[in-house]
Design a protein around this ligand. Structure first.
Ligand SMILES: Cc1ncc(COP(=O)(O)O)c(C=O)c1O
Length: 415
């Protein structure tokens, strides 16, 4: 497999993350759960604190200095995020609470408006519940058929099977760009080409790709792309829906109230232009500004370098874990085909016991079904352990994980 050279200055990066300077249970913290949520650098914390300290007031509502400054910073954040994912305009960036809300927005405002009984939606067996349950609920409510692209034994999408699932009734194809369990990176191009051929719209769940690799939604030519700010150095409470302009304009609103209207009379209401049509009520503008700072941080590193670093760490983790007896790793073997997520089981140790024992060593991993229960059914396991990496992950932390697993085996006498 061969571990490639890593030119990332992780030591310098770690100094920007105060939380990583802490000790947990008397040990230096080893944080290996960034796929669930990433840690935050000072630059993001300070950007948000600056708004609260220096220019806080509601956006879009005041003509006074604080409100104008906050509105300008909010608009600038939207523009930064548009540039970050290669969107043609800032108006095509809708702020949501998170990826889950963005997917629900699509299930309500797009699918419920445009799908008819007997229409079909295709997702995949490896989806996070966020890209599963909204479609399942819709399918039941509207008599729409939900189909699943199966995975191969290696954890890749079976594109031949996808071809067979497509019909002239397929209206939506929605899939994870990177799996939060298997790490599988799915090339959107062949899926989008085939979906287009039957006139379906394509939704890409970028929750695990936008934080970790270069993304260009125009080059990808997806119809919608969603992600969460908190997984990419930003705060909680802010997510993004990108959409093609004509689709966003054709869709009815999701939530209604203030800000999303251009006129309200006693018997009429006119919607605001996109993206504000989809942003009812006071938005999480401080969080959006924080996400803008996160995007600045990532862009300064370059997303190519972020990806190269994570591939390096992932290759190292795959190599080290393969040396531990009783460890079974899921997902593609080739680190070039996977993101910085390594999901595994250890023979005769429940993942929760492993996670608790690792915590005693200051090591944080995730244990459970990772919000992908159908995928776990497909894999034939009820729970797994998951280590996930980011810009601040050092290979020494992988060594600590491997030692921690060996320690757990000794404690539980399964060596
Ligand atoms: C692939 C994928 N999609 C969607 C989500 C949902 O993200 P959020 O909980 O921020 O809405 C996650 C979170 O883990 C994810 O990994």
């Amino acid at each position: 497999m061969g571990v490639q050279l890593d030119l990332f200055n992780v030591r310098a990066i770690r100094r920007d993350f105060p939380i990583l300077q802490q000790r947990v249970n008397g040990k230096p913290v080893v944080f290996l759960d960034s796929a669930a949520s990433s840690q935050k650098p000072l630059q993001v914390l300070e950007a948000m604190e600056r708004v609260y300290r220096e220019a806080y007031a509601n956006v879009h509502r005041g003509v006074y200095t604080f409100s104008e400054a906050a509105t300008a910073a909010y608009d600038e954040a939207r523009a930064k995020i548009a540039r970050f994912i290669g969107a043609p305009s800032a108006e095509q960036i809708v702020f949501t609470r998170n990826a889950t809300e963005a997917l629900n927005l699509l299930a309500y405002a797009y699918a419920r408006a445009f799908l008819r009984e007997g229409d079909e939606i295709i997702i995949t067996e490896l989806e996070h519940h966020a890209n599963f349950v909204p479609w399942m609920v819709l399918a039941r409510e509207r008599n729409v058929t939900l189909k699943f692209i199966p995975i191969t034994p290696e954890g890749l999408l079976d594109l031949d099977a996808f071809e067979r699932l497509l019909t002239e009734r397929t209206r939506i194809v929605s899939f994870a760009h990177v799996s939060n369990v298997l790490g599988t990176i799915t090339d959107p191009a062949p899926i989008i080409a085939r979906a287009r051929a039957v006139g379906a719209v394509v939704i890409v769940d970028g929750s695990q790709s936008a934080p970790h690799m270069p993304v260009n939604v125009q080059a990808m030519d997806c119809d919608f792309f969603v992600f969460s700010g908190h997984k990419m150095l930003g705060p909680t409470g802010i997510g993004v829906l990108y959409g093609k302009r004509e689709l966003l304009e054709a869709m009815p609103p999701f939530l209604t109230g203030g800000d999303m209207i251009s006129y309200v009379g006693f018997d009429t209401v006119r919607w605001n232009d996109v993206p504000l049509k989809f942003e009812a009520g006071t938005p999480a503008f401080v969080e959006a500004i924080g996400l803008g700072a996160a995007v600045d941080y990532l862009s300064a590193l370059s997303m190519e370098a972020v990806r190269a670093h994570e591939q390096h760490v992932t290759a190292y983790a795959l190599e080290r874990l393969s040396e531990v007896s009783g460890v079974r790793v899921f997902g593609p073997e080739d680190p070039r085909r996977r993101g910085g997520v390594v999901t595994f089981t250890v023979d005769r140790i429940h993942p929760h016991d492993l996670a608790s024992l690792l915590d005693q060593q200051g090591i944080a991993i995730r244990a459970g079904h990772h919000c992908a229960q159908p995928l776990h059914q497909r894999l034939g396991v009820s729970a797994t352990a998951r280590a996930s990496f980011y810009i601040y992950t050092e290979t020494e932390e992988i060594d600590a994980l491997v030692e921690g697993i060996e320690h757990a085996k000794r404690v539980l006498r399964v060596s």
